[in-house]
Write a protein that binds this ligand. Structure first.
Ligand code: C5P
Length: 278
């Protein structure tokens, strides 16, 4: 069975505070992307699972093996699977690449084994793998709160293109949150961004998007700010980091402006791609 595992971006990310387990209470607007990992999942006759990431070195314990193990334990699965992952989503980018893979594996095995687990049962398992897995299982534009488990769909069919650029260095999510803890912990309201999605208002979206982790991530990877400055100099309407970084979203109403910026960014950065959100 072949599954596509779409990335996400945050058009808004506010941190309300920290809970007693050290996890952060978030208020986010998330949208799925056309950018996907590709996952092939087949039954095998061996006595163990075989998980392979093509052309990539990934630790033995990763989001795919963790999702598989949790599902195996919960549902007493005895078959084993060969899973091959083609990674198109860059890592440590704020695009939920690892969570997307876990979500795709959970829903594939649910189908292949005929487990009939509901979305909420899958979400309960998924959140043990990673904070973004619940959103990846829903995979529709949504307001996402709590540590990522409270998901409210946004009533919109808005799709738009933008440019995604990731610098060489990624950002470690725990480190970005630690830097936020040490900063001024400023609060942001994300209602206007949700509204902009509903009425499909580009200008309102550009003016209201916010990412509370951006300052912290720029301290860790200053190239994020360089990309944003260059994008604005080249005529972008807005440039903002997604999630805990380090990928930057670059917006323009004009397709030709986006293509011009894409051409310039390709001279400097390893991942540069026009993608569709929504
Ligand atoms: O669950 P995930 O692997 O995406 O999170 C990585 C790390 O980011 C967590 O171990 C935690 O340190 C931090 N995090 C957090 N609050 C969240 C999500 C993640 O502090 N809501």
């Amino acid at each position: 069975m072949k599954k596509f595992a779409p990335a996400k971006v945050n058009l808004a990310l506010n941190v309300n505070g920290v809970n007693d387990r050290g996890y952060h209470d978030l208020d986010m607007i998330m949208v799925p992307l056309s950018l996907c990992d590709e996952i092939d999942i087949e039954l095998n006759n061996a006595q163990e699972d075989d998980v392979e990431f093509i052309d990539l070195c990934v630790p033995d314990e990763n989001t795919v093996t963790k999702a598989l193990r949790l599902l195996r334990e919960k549902c007493k699965i005895t078959h084993h699977y060969t899973i091959k992952v083609v990674k198109n989503i860059p890592e440590q980018a704020g695009l939920a690449g690892g969570s997307a893979d876990a979500a795709a594996v959970l829903s594939a095995i649910n189908e292949l084994e005929g487990l009939d687990l509901s979305k909420s049962e899958l979400i309960e398992l998924g959140q043990q793998v990673g904070a973004d897995v619940p959103f990846c299982l829903i995979n529709e534009s949504a307001r996402v709160q709590g540590i990522g488990e409270k998901i409210t769909r946004i009533d919109t069919d808005w799709c738009f293109d933008f440019l995604l650029v990731k610098p060489n260095k990624g950002v470690s999510t725990p480190l970005a949150f630690k830097k936020w803890d040490e900063g001024d912990r400023r609060q942001w309201n994300v209602d206007a961004i949700e509204q902009a999605m509903i009425v499909k208002d580009h200008d309102q979206l550009m003016n209201s998007m916010v990412n509370a982790l951006e300052e912290a991530a720029i301290e860790l990877v200053p190239e994020i700010a360089d990309i944003e400055c260059l994008a604005l100099k080249l005529g972008a309407d807005r440039a903002m980091m997604t999630g805990s970084g380090s990928a930057v979203m670059i917006f323009s109403k004009s397709g030709s402006v986006l293509q011009r910026i894409e051409k310039e960014m390709k001279k400097k950065y390893p991942f540069v791609q026009i993608v569709q959100a929504g």
